[in-house]
Design a protein around this ligand. Structure first.
Ligand code: F6R
Length: 362
């Protein structure tokens, strides 16, 4: 049932190209420059979005915030559901609560959603599991169609959630008249390339395995990224913690000088998301700061970037894509890194200690 793979997690990592076909398939019209989501919700009835979720799904929400604000000019906030549900959030009838969940059963997410609804919010689910509890408590569901995810560490559901966030942002952006047709078409063409680009990123596994070999004895890892790659950094750190039990922290790279830079020494591997995009040059400066303090830099960079080789000890190249979509491609080597490190350390990859696939208790 693992399809020839030693672990479900690895199988699910490799399923991502077709998962993205499923998530995006039939939902994009290049000619019209539209995302066709079949939602009855009137996009113009929404003034702000609250993205609520836990763990990996919450990082998809963080990414969603950047896209909803950047592309659709729609105020959006993301928050972990366990905080949202108890902090008395300000919500009204023009707020759309978006509950993001692979299982659709996470109790904190469900309760946060109920809290938003009690206060009058509209509700949309971005969910994988058909007919799950969350899907029964929202007005509408945007299914991510990732297929069953068995490995406890979420991988394919994450990339599918990111793709769903891109669909939702495109849908709002076009309805709100803030994204010109040609720009929408360009974005759609790039979205359609994602399955193939993720396939190419998967081919980098031998390079990632070599990096894992080099660093699997490290006590700590730091992950850095900016803008849409900040959530990617957090997701990379979470994956590594969950399955290898190595301490890993993530920071938005610009925040490093406000504290975490004190951690850097020659024993600390620092994974930097340094793909091409508006903040690329600033990310290079962050890499220089790490190097100046002896830190070991593992860069995730855009294919063809020669400059980065001079700065980082190790580079994993990923194919070029629209900068707003780069997390969907860049997270793949981070999933593989966590996997390879965990295997080298002899961990139980599919059933890490203390974790369950769906968290139905508070
Ligand atoms: C990460 C992981 C957890 C879940 C979180 C939310 O690999 O598995 O952080 O992402 O518990 O689960 P769902 O998406 O089912 O609500």
């Amino acid at each position: 049932e693992k399809g020839g793979f030693p672990h479900y997690m690895l199988k699910e990592i490799y399923e991502q190209p077709w998962v993205l076909e499923n998530t995006l398939g039939g939902r994009l019209s290049e000619e019209r420059g539209e995302a066709e989501l079949g939602l009855e919700l009137d996009p113009l009835s929404v003034d702000r979005v609250h993205l609520i979720a836990c763990g990996t799904a919450a990082y998809a929400g963080w990414y969603g915030k950047y896209l909803l604000e950047g592309l659709a000019k729609l105020p959006a906030d993301w928050e972990v559901a366990s905080e949202y549900r108890y902090r008395d959030p300000v919500v009204d009838g023009r707020t759309l609560a978006v509950a993001i969940s692979q299982s659709g059963e996470t109790i904190d997410t469900l309760e946060a959603l109920r809290e938003a609804r009690r206060k009058g919010a509209r509700a949309l689910g971005v969910v994988n599991a058909k007919g799950s509890s969350i899907t029964r408590e929202v007005e509408e569901v945007l299914y991510i169609h990732a297929g069953p995810e068995i490995g406890v560490a979420s991988t394919k559901a994450y990339t599918a959630m990111l793709a769903a966030m891109a669909l939702l942002a495109l849908w709002f952006a076009r309805a709100r008249g803030v994204l010109p047709l040609e720009e929408a078409r360009t974005l759609i063409r790039e979205m359609k390339k994602l399955p193939r680009l993720v396939e190419e990123a998967l081919e980098k596994r031998p390079i990632v395995a070599h990096i894992a070999e080099k660093y699997h004895q490290a006590q700590d890892f730091l992950f850095l990224g900016r803008h849409v790659q900040a959530p990617t950094a957090y997701e990379g750190a979470l994956k590594l913690k969950e399955i290898s039990y190595i301490h890993a922290e993530a920071y938005p790279a610009g925040e490093m000088k406000h504290g975490p830079i004190a951690l850097i020494d020659e024993h600390l591997p620092v994974v930097v998301l340094a793909t091409k995009g508006p903040l690329y040059e600033k990310t290079l400066s962050n890499i220089q700061e790490v190097r100046a303090r002896g830190g070991k830099v593992i860069a995730i960079a855009t294919e063809g970037d020669e400059e980065i080789r001079k700065l980082a000890q190790d580079v994993v190249y990923v194919p070029e894509v629209h900068p707003l979509l780069s997390p969907i491609v860049s997270v793949v080597p981070l999933q593989l890194l966590a996997y390879e490190v965990a295997v080298l350390l002899g961990r139980d990859v599919d059933q890490p200690r203390n974790l369950a696939k769906s968290v139905t208790v508070e």
